[in-house]
Design a protein around this ligand. Structure first.
Ligand code: CA
Length: 237
Protein backbone atom coordinates (compact mmCIF):
# COMPACT_ATOMS: atom_id res chain seq x y z
CA UNK A 1 0.00 0.00 0.00
CA UNK A 2 1.15 3.51 -0.78
CA UNK A 3 2.12 5.86 2.00
CA UNK A 4 -0.75 7.98 3.20
CA UNK A 5 -0.45 11.63 2.12
CA UNK A 6 0.61 13.71 5.14
CA UNK A 7 -1.55 16.75 5.81
CA UNK A 8 -0.49 19.45 8.24
CA UNK A 9 -3.55 21.01 9.87
CA UNK A 10 -2.92 24.38 11.54
CA UNK A 11 -6.01 25.50 13.42
CA UNK A 12 -6.29 26.92 16.92
CA UNK A 13 -9.93 25.99 17.53
CA UNK A 14 -9.80 22.42 18.72
CA UNK A 15 -13.41 21.60 17.79
CA UNK A 16 -12.76 22.58 14.15
CA UNK A 17 -9.37 20.85 14.18
CA UNK A 18 -10.93 17.65 15.56
CA UNK A 19 -13.43 17.57 12.71
CA UNK A 20 -10.76 18.14 10.06
CA UNK A 21 -8.42 15.54 11.53
CA UNK A 22 -11.27 13.04 11.79
CA UNK A 23 -12.47 13.38 8.19
CA UNK A 24 -8.94 13.35 6.79
CA UNK A 25 -7.94 10.24 8.75
CA UNK A 26 -11.21 8.58 7.76
CA UNK A 27 -10.46 9.26 4.11
CA UNK A 28 -7.01 7.71 4.07
CA UNK A 29 -4.83 10.71 4.87
CA UNK A 30 -2.32 11.10 7.69
CA UNK A 31 -3.21 14.41 9.37
CA UNK A 32 -1.01 16.17 11.93
CA UNK A 33 -2.61 18.89 14.02
CA UNK A 34 -0.82 22.04 15.26
CA UNK A 35 -2.63 24.74 17.23
CA UNK A 36 -0.07 27.50 16.68
CA UNK A 37 2.12 28.81 13.88
CA UNK A 38 5.19 28.08 16.00
CA UNK A 39 4.26 24.42 16.37
CA UNK A 40 3.47 24.24 12.66
CA UNK A 41 6.88 25.61 11.66
CA UNK A 42 8.55 23.03 13.93
CA UNK A 43 6.44 20.16 12.56
CA UNK A 44 7.05 21.27 8.97
CA UNK A 45 10.77 21.40 9.63
CA UNK A 46 10.76 17.85 11.07
CA UNK A 47 8.96 16.33 8.10
CA UNK A 48 7.62 18.11 5.07
CA UNK A 49 3.92 17.38 4.60
CA UNK A 50 2.25 16.69 1.24
CA UNK A 51 -0.20 19.55 1.87
CA UNK A 52 -0.83 22.14 4.56
CA UNK A 53 -4.18 23.55 5.69
CA UNK A 54 -3.67 26.94 7.35
CA UNK A 55 -6.22 28.84 9.39
CA UNK A 56 -5.86 32.57 8.73
CA UNK A 57 -6.72 33.56 12.31
CA UNK A 58 -4.04 32.00 14.52
CA UNK A 59 -2.99 33.19 17.99
CA UNK A 60 0.69 33.86 17.25
CA UNK A 61 1.37 34.61 13.55
CA UNK A 62 -1.55 35.04 11.17
CA UNK A 63 -2.00 32.40 8.46
CA UNK A 64 -0.44 34.61 5.78
CA UNK A 65 2.72 35.18 7.82
CA UNK A 66 2.84 31.46 8.53
CA UNK A 67 2.46 30.72 4.81
CA UNK A 68 5.50 32.90 4.07
CA UNK A 69 7.51 31.30 6.87
CA UNK A 70 6.70 27.79 5.66
CA UNK A 71 7.49 28.70 2.06
CA UNK A 72 10.90 29.94 3.19
CA UNK A 73 11.76 26.55 4.73
CA UNK A 74 13.71 24.03 2.61
CA UNK A 75 11.29 22.61 0.04
CA UNK A 76 8.49 24.76 1.42
CA UNK A 77 7.71 26.24 -1.97
CA UNK A 78 6.73 22.81 -3.27
CA UNK A 79 4.09 22.08 -0.65
CA UNK A 80 0.57 23.02 -1.72
CA UNK A 81 -1.26 25.11 0.87
CA UNK A 82 -4.91 25.88 1.43
CA UNK A 83 -6.29 28.61 3.68
CA UNK A 84 -9.27 28.43 5.99
CA UNK A 85 -10.88 31.86 6.04
CA UNK A 86 -13.95 33.40 7.58
CA UNK A 87 -16.56 33.22 4.84
CA UNK A 88 -17.41 36.89 5.17
CA UNK A 89 -13.88 38.01 4.60
CA UNK A 90 -13.27 38.50 0.89
CA UNK A 91 -10.05 40.39 1.48
CA UNK A 92 -8.52 37.33 3.16
CA UNK A 93 -9.37 35.14 0.21
CA UNK A 94 -7.84 37.50 -2.32
CA UNK A 95 -4.71 38.05 -0.22
CA UNK A 96 -4.29 34.29 0.25
CA UNK A 97 -4.57 33.50 -3.43
CA UNK A 98 -2.31 36.33 -4.44
CA UNK A 99 0.35 35.09 -2.05
CA UNK A 100 0.23 31.87 -4.06
CA UNK A 101 -1.98 29.59 -2.00
CA UNK A 102 -3.58 26.77 -3.96
CA UNK A 103 -7.11 27.35 -2.74
CA UNK A 104 -9.14 28.44 0.24
CA UNK A 105 -12.16 27.13 2.07
CA UNK A 106 -14.49 29.57 3.80
CA UNK A 107 -15.70 28.93 7.34
CA UNK A 108 -18.08 27.43 8.17
CA UNK A 109 -17.30 24.66 5.69
CA UNK A 110 -18.59 21.18 5.14
CA UNK A 111 -16.07 18.38 5.69
CA UNK A 112 -17.04 17.02 2.28
CA UNK A 113 -16.13 20.32 0.62
CA UNK A 114 -12.77 20.42 2.39
CA UNK A 115 -11.97 16.83 1.41
CA UNK A 116 -12.86 17.54 -2.21
CA UNK A 117 -10.48 20.52 -2.26
CA UNK A 118 -7.68 18.56 -0.61
CA UNK A 119 -8.05 15.73 -3.11
CA UNK A 120 -8.20 18.14 -6.07
CA UNK A 121 -5.04 19.96 -4.96
CA UNK A 122 -3.12 16.73 -4.43
CA UNK A 123 -4.25 15.42 -7.81
CA UNK A 124 -3.12 18.66 -9.46
CA UNK A 125 0.25 18.63 -7.75
CA UNK A 126 0.78 15.01 -8.76
CA UNK A 127 1.25 13.86 -5.18
CA UNK A 128 -1.56 11.40 -5.19
CA UNK A 129 -0.53 8.66 -7.60
CA UNK A 130 -3.64 6.61 -6.83
CA UNK A 131 -5.93 9.02 -8.67
CA UNK A 132 -5.74 9.66 -12.38
CA UNK A 133 -5.27 13.03 -14.04
CA UNK A 134 -8.50 14.92 -14.72
CA UNK A 135 -9.95 14.34 -18.16
CA UNK A 136 -10.80 17.71 -19.59
CA UNK A 137 -13.15 18.21 -22.51
CA UNK A 138 -10.96 21.05 -23.82
CA UNK A 139 -8.25 20.91 -26.48
CA UNK A 140 -6.00 23.94 -26.72
CA UNK A 141 -4.18 24.76 -29.97
CA UNK A 142 -1.87 27.62 -29.03
CA UNK A 143 -0.47 28.06 -32.53
CA UNK A 144 -3.88 28.64 -34.06
CA UNK A 145 -5.27 30.41 -30.97
CA UNK A 146 -8.06 27.92 -31.03
CA UNK A 147 -9.84 25.93 -28.33
CA UNK A 148 -12.05 22.93 -28.94
CA UNK A 149 -14.69 22.01 -26.40
CA UNK A 150 -16.23 18.56 -26.67
CA UNK A 151 -14.82 18.48 -30.19
CA UNK A 152 -16.37 21.82 -31.24
CA UNK A 153 -14.17 24.76 -32.16
CA UNK A 154 -15.18 27.74 -30.00
CA UNK A 155 -15.56 31.12 -31.69
CA UNK A 156 -13.89 33.24 -29.04
CA UNK A 157 -12.96 36.89 -28.83
CA UNK A 158 -9.35 37.66 -28.00
CA UNK A 159 -10.03 38.17 -24.29
CA UNK A 160 -12.36 35.18 -23.98
CA UNK A 161 -9.60 33.08 -25.51
CA UNK A 162 -7.02 34.59 -23.15
CA UNK A 163 -9.13 33.90 -20.06
CA UNK A 164 -9.93 30.32 -21.02
CA UNK A 165 -6.35 29.60 -22.03
CA UNK A 166 -5.13 30.81 -18.62
CA UNK A 167 -7.75 28.82 -16.68
CA UNK A 168 -6.85 25.72 -18.71
CA UNK A 169 -3.23 25.92 -17.70
CA UNK A 170 -4.11 25.04 -14.10
CA UNK A 171 -7.50 23.36 -13.85
CA UNK A 172 -8.92 23.87 -10.38
CA UNK A 173 -6.63 26.74 -9.46
CA UNK A 174 -8.46 29.93 -8.56
CA UNK A 175 -7.46 33.05 -10.51
CA UNK A 176 -8.47 36.37 -8.97
CA UNK A 177 -9.95 39.03 -11.22
CA UNK A 178 -6.78 41.06 -10.71
CA UNK A 179 -4.64 38.17 -11.94
CA UNK A 180 -6.85 37.66 -14.98
CA UNK A 181 -6.70 41.37 -15.78
CA UNK A 182 -2.93 41.47 -15.38
CA UNK A 183 -2.27 38.35 -17.43
CA UNK A 184 -4.86 38.57 -20.19
CA UNK A 185 -5.36 42.27 -20.83
CA UNK A 186 -2.70 44.45 -22.48
CA UNK A 187 -3.31 47.38 -20.22
CA UNK A 188 -4.94 46.23 -17.03
CA UNK A 189 -5.04 49.77 -15.64
CA UNK A 190 -7.67 50.70 -18.26
CA UNK A 191 -9.90 47.84 -17.24
CA UNK A 192 -12.04 46.95 -14.28
CA UNK A 193 -13.04 43.86 -12.40
CA UNK A 194 -16.42 43.91 -14.06
CA UNK A 195 -14.71 43.73 -17.47
CA UNK A 196 -13.55 40.27 -16.44
CA UNK A 197 -17.06 39.35 -15.29
CA UNK A 198 -18.53 40.51 -18.60
CA UNK A 199 -16.13 38.37 -20.63
CA UNK A 200 -16.71 35.36 -18.37
CA UNK A 201 -20.42 35.79 -18.98
CA UNK A 202 -20.10 35.72 -22.77
CA UNK A 203 -17.56 32.89 -22.56
CA UNK A 204 -19.99 30.87 -20.43
CA UNK A 205 -22.78 31.43 -22.95
CA UNK A 206 -20.56 30.04 -25.74
CA UNK A 207 -19.66 27.00 -23.64
CA UNK A 208 -23.29 26.46 -22.73
CA UNK A 209 -24.25 26.50 -26.40
CA UNK A 210 -22.03 23.44 -26.86
CA UNK A 211 -22.91 21.59 -23.64
CA UNK A 212 -26.01 23.01 -21.92
CA UNK A 213 -25.71 20.76 -18.85
CA UNK A 214 -22.07 21.46 -18.03
CA UNK A 215 -20.76 24.60 -16.31
CA UNK A 216 -16.99 24.25 -16.49
CA UNK A 217 -16.19 27.61 -14.87
CA UNK A 218 -16.48 27.87 -11.11
CA UNK A 219 -17.26 31.33 -9.68
CA UNK A 220 -15.79 32.28 -6.31
CA UNK A 221 -18.01 35.13 -5.31
CA UNK A 222 -16.13 38.36 -4.83
CA UNK A 223 -12.83 36.65 -5.60
CA UNK A 224 -12.35 35.12 -9.01
CA UNK A 225 -12.76 32.11 -11.23
CA UNK A 226 -11.44 28.60 -11.70
CA UNK A 227 -11.89 25.82 -14.19
CA UNK A 228 -13.71 22.89 -12.59
CA UNK A 229 -11.59 19.80 -12.43
CA UNK A 230 -13.22 16.44 -12.88
CA UNK A 231 -15.40 17.58 -15.78
CA UNK A 232 -17.26 14.85 -17.63
CA UNK A 233 -15.37 13.80 -20.76
CA UNK A 234 -18.66 13.89 -22.66
CA UNK A 235 -21.55 16.28 -22.17
CA UNK A 236 -24.15 14.73 -19.95
CA UNK A 237 -22.00 11.77 -18.93
CA1 CA B 1 -8.70 30.62 14.30
Amino acid sequence: MLNKPRILVVEDESAIADTIVYVLANDGFAPEWCATAEAAIAAFGRQRPDLAILDVGLPDLNGFQLFKSLQALPGGGEVPMLFLTARSDEIDRVVGLELGADDYVGKPFSPRELLARVRAILRRSGRNPSSSAPVLPFELDEEKHRIRYYGNVLELSRYEYGILRLLLQKPGRVFTREELLAQVWDDASDSFDRTVDAHIKTLRAKLKAVAPDVDPIRTLRGTGYALQDGLPPRPGS
